[in-house]
Design a binder for this molecule. Structure first.
Ligand code: FE
Length: 425
């Protein structure tokens, strides 16, 4: 009996590893980030992402092999609803298949009910996959919305791609209506402009509030079909704050974030692709359990610089947010002294809201030798366990990791800072 159990245990350890190497369709379910890159020459930097979406000619054979060996999912672009004159296969497109010109891009809408076009797409897609790509980004699926009579053709085309390439990743760029009609056929949908956009008239990047209807439609689609939702936002090169905001908003809905420049021909330099578990830190001797629930740790008029800390509590890998997580904080006052009275000054608990957000108001903790300024956190959620850690501030030398160190901004009389917390491994 022992031998058998041992045998099965070994297999249980080995199997997931095999699955990860050989099944991109399973791996995409657990990615944390991705990028869309249509430029050339920076293939090496795609290693920083779990999934890279590129043009078929973006990568050399050697780059494809190298990235594969590094475990990166590689997906190449294919326009299935519009014929692009600059593709080498354009000469094989019959003019009778075309419905009109898309004057924005100089491409042509295709009647996807044409069997010749369906066959051509299956062939071209197969050629791309044969070069070593894991899958295809199906662009211009929305041609079926513009010409509703062609929707059955688009559905047939995507089903044929799935039948011909059962192991390939198929990612739709939008095409929500079509995708919802063929559950299980497509692995992910990508969409642009969740929380940012690019204004082509003013040539400016702009922040948006997420559109509730779109978000709800996508969450419903994901819940019904198990699709991975890929959000693509745009931010000006170097605008770290805008990029960070876009990433946080996407993650708050459980979407996988990417931020790039509007041309998609450059790679952003933002260091936001990582989702690192917040490190634990010493509890120290001054914790008192069962502090009251309160959002203000000290009454108005307490000496010291007013400070507001807020943030989001994420699950492991930032795949989702934790609603109802208990954030228990304690700290020294502005003179570096802890309170042990029944007033619980500098102590309190708050719960995260439905979006995993918490906030509390306090005063900037003082120094007590030899410690730098810090706030203690004990974060708990029944699904994710407990994290005991400390928060530090930029400019106060602590030697603490970046994940525990935040910047503060002056807002009137108050300083504000954001401390996002990732629970779990
Ligand atoms: Fe302390």
């Amino acid at each position: 009996m022992w031998h058998r159990m041992w045998f099965w245990r070994v297999w249980l350890l080995v199997l997931p590893v095999i699955a990860q190497v050989s099944e991109p369709r399973a791996v995409i379910q657990s990615i944390q980030n991705y990028i869309v890159y249509y430029g050339e020459g920076r293939a090496e930097e795609l290693r920083a992402y779990d999934l890279a979406i590129v043009q078929p000619e973006t990568l050399t054979e050697m780059e494809i092999t190298d990235l594969h060996n590094a475990g990166i999912l590689l997906v190449a672009y294919l326009s299935v609803g519009e014929a692009e004159p600059d593709r080498e296969w354009f000469e094989r497109v019959d003019v009778d298949w075309l419905l009109g010109e898309n004057t924005n891009w100089g491409s042509y809408f295709v009647d996807t009910r044409e069997v010749g076009w369906q066959d051509l797409m299956v062939e071209i897609g197969g050629g791309i996959l044969a070069r070593g790509y894991d899958g295809l980004l199906l662009d211009t699926v929305d041609t079926a919305d513009l010409f509703p009579e062609t929707a059955p053709g688009m559905i047939a085309l995507i089903q044929q791609l799935r039948q011909a390439y059962p192991d390939a990743l198929l990612i739709a760029n939008r095409g929500f209506g079509i995708v919802s009609e063929i559950p299980g056929v497509v692995d992910a949908v990508m969409f642009e402009d969740l929380s940012t956009t690019y204004n082509f008239e003013t040539n400016q990047y702009e922040a948006l509030e997420p559109k509730v209807e779109v978000v709800e439609q996508l969450i419903k689609l994901r819940d019904q079909t198990g699709l991975v939702i890929l959000a693509l936002d745009y931010a000006a090169p170097g605008d770290q704050a805008a990029a960070q905001r876009a990433v946080e908003i996407a993650r708050s809905y459980g979407f996988i974030p990417a931020v790039s420049v509007i041309s998609l021909e450059d790679l952003p330099d933002y260091k936001l692709v990582e989702c690192v578990a917040t490190p634990s830190d010493m509890e120290g001797p001054y914790y008192i359990a069962n502090a009251p629930f309160k959002e203000s740790l000290y009454p108005e008029g307490t000496p010291g610089q007013r400070l507001t800390i807020s943030g989001t509590v994420y699950t492991a890998g930032c795949a989702g947010v934790l609603a109802g997580a208990e954030v228990d904080v304690w700290q020294a006052d502005s003179t570096g002294v802890y309170d042990f009275s029944d007033q619980f000054l500098g102590r309190g608990r708050v719960l995260t809201d439905a979006n995993g957000r918490y906030t509390f108001e306090t005063v900037l903790p003082g120094l007590y030798q030899p410690r730098p300024r810090h706030i203690h956190f004990r974060v708990y959620h029944p699904d994710a366990g407990v994290l005991i850690t400390q928060l530090y501030f930029e400019g106060s030398v602590s030697g603490a990791p970046d994940e525990q160190t935040i910047a503060l901004e002056q807002d009137g009389d108050t300083l504000r800072g954001t401390f996002n917390i990732v629970l779990g491994p």
